[in-house]
Design a binder for this molecule. Structure first.
Ligand SMILES: CC(C)(COP(=O)(O)OP(=O)(O)OC[C@H]1O[C@@H](n2cnc3c(N)ncnc32)[C@H](O)[C@@H]1OP(=O)(O)O)[C@@H](O)C(=O)NCCC(=O)NCCS
Length: 179
């Protein structure tokens, strides 16, 4: 699926990560997000080996059919954002999927890239019969107002959900969205 979005970027579903420039772009995207203080599973500075292992796991999950990856690229082909849809493999939840790792390069934020990625993700989820989406985001982060404004329902707080680099624990907010 390809979705043309505002003129400065396009969004594509990516099925393989073996293109070196794509792979480097994704690794840079994650490094940049972690360095910006985003709570996306890693502590800054992001260890390159952890970064590479993460994208290896993503490639495996895509290959096994449990994950979809949407990538936003600018006119020059540079990766500027991405988001993942993890399909629940459980027999009792064929209607459900988790939204993971919504990331936009720091120098590209505030230009509608995340909004376009999410709209493409909703279309993709619908096409796969997944009409209940779930995610969590660190309490107090920009993600909280971002998802609320985008029409997500707040489903509750997970106390002490994440361990921060300074040894403290931080709450996360669960969100869900029916399509
Ligand atoms: C959250 C994130 C993905 C948003 O990406 P983005 O491309 O800047 O978002 P958009 O440009 O689509 O903006 C969406 C809305 O947020 C607003 N916004 C964007 N950046 C903003 C900022 N720095 N401060 C306040 N509002 C901002 C936009 O005005 C827009 O509001 P609107 O819908 O009312 O018009 C990006 O900040 C990011 O990658 N953060 C780090 C990773 C992260 O926290 N991911 C999400 C949690 S898992």
């Amino acid at each position: 699926m390809d979705t043309q979005s505002p003129p400065h970027f396009s969004i594509t579903t990516v099925n393989r990560l073996d293109d070196p420039s794509l792979r480097a772009g994704l690794e840079h995207l994650l490094t940049d997000a972690v360095a910006s203080g985003a709570s996306v599973g890693f502590h800054a500075p992001l260890d390159p080996a952890r970064n590479a292992a993460f994208w290896d796991d993503v490639a495996s999950a895509i290959a096994s059919g449990g994950l979809r990856l949407l990538v936003a690229r600018d006119g020059a082909g540079r990766v500027i954002g991405a988001v993942q849809l993890a399909l629940s493999p459980k027999q009792n939840s064929p209607h459900r999927a988790d939204v993971q790792k919504l990331l936009v390069l720091t120098d590209q934020r505030g230009r509608g890239v995340a909004t376009a990625l999410m709209n493409a993700l909703y279309d993709l989820a619908r096409s796969l019969g997944r009409n209940l989406l779930e995610l969590d985001t660190r309490a107090g982060d920009f993600g909280e107002p971002f998802y609320s404004r985008a029409g997500w329902e707040r489903a509750g707080v997970l106390p002490g959900h994440t361990l921060e680099a300074d040894g403290s624990f931080h709450d996360a907010v669960m969100f869900c969205r029916r399509l």
